[in-house]
Design a protein around this ligand. Sequence first.
Ligand SMILES: CC(C)(COP(=O)(O)OP(=O)(O)OC[C@H]1O[C@@H](n2cnc3c(N)ncnc32)[C@H](O)[C@@H]1OP(=O)(O)O)[C@@H](O)C(=O)NCCC(=O)NCCS
Length: 209
Amino acid sequence: MRARIWTSLRALPWTSRRGNCIFSWVTSERAPAYLHQATRVALRRITHHDQEEFTGLAKASAEFHRPWIYMPTTATEFYAYLARFDHGAAEGLLVCICETGAIAGFINITEIVRSSYQRGTLGYGVFTSAAGQGYMSEGFELVFRLAFHDLKLHRLEADIQPGNSGSLNLVRRLGFRNEGYSPGLVLIKGVWRDHERWAITSDIIKTMH
Ligand SMILES: CC(C)(COP(=O)(O)OP(=O)(O)OC[C@H]1O[C@@H](n2cnc3c(N)ncnc32)[C@H](O)[C@@H]1OP(=O)(O)O)[C@@H](O)C(=O)NCCC(=O)NCCS
């Protein structure tokens, strides 16, 4: 009997059964369909349901994000952003707070290349309401699980502007390796910006755990 209940639970369209995330599933208007969860945060794909919350948070965080990133603050911008995530070459992911289900930040894996590369490029940001509390570090651990285990990637890359100390602290803390420097790598608001090249591979993760 117990085994049958467990089998039924496993068949439900959500992956979280432990901790507070079950509470947010029961109380939220929509099932979050978390891909992975940790103690304080859970990871799920972004959907069109997130438009209002996401653009509201992006507006409130615009000053904090600049000059590093520019996130969608209108519905039109949001849907153009959402269209980039085809679940093949690009995954748009949200880090959510278990207790409330609120969006803390986002971590996207784009430019996914298969075959002998098995790599992806990271784009991420926390919203001001959740900044500086370790939610993104915890969220990244879930992204590693998704990328290296579920998606079978070998390598994740992050290109970071030299003055972006918040982002550099984060990748150092997570065990990324600095692999070099590319002048004028990315066009941001009309200017080709230099970037440090950071990466983490599945073998580094294995030695860390
Ligand atoms: C980069 C960025 C996502 C990091 O966000 P963050 O909230 O600082 O990251 P974390 O969730 O890991 O929080 C870490 C901070 O929380 C603190 N913290 C508090 N409680 C913590 C906990 N329980 N566990 C871990 N850290 C905790 C840490 O001490 C750390 O502070 P510090 O950096 O001053 O040492 C954020 O600065 C950001 O969005 N920047 C603008 C956008 C951007 O630059 N994106 C990347 C472009 S390359």
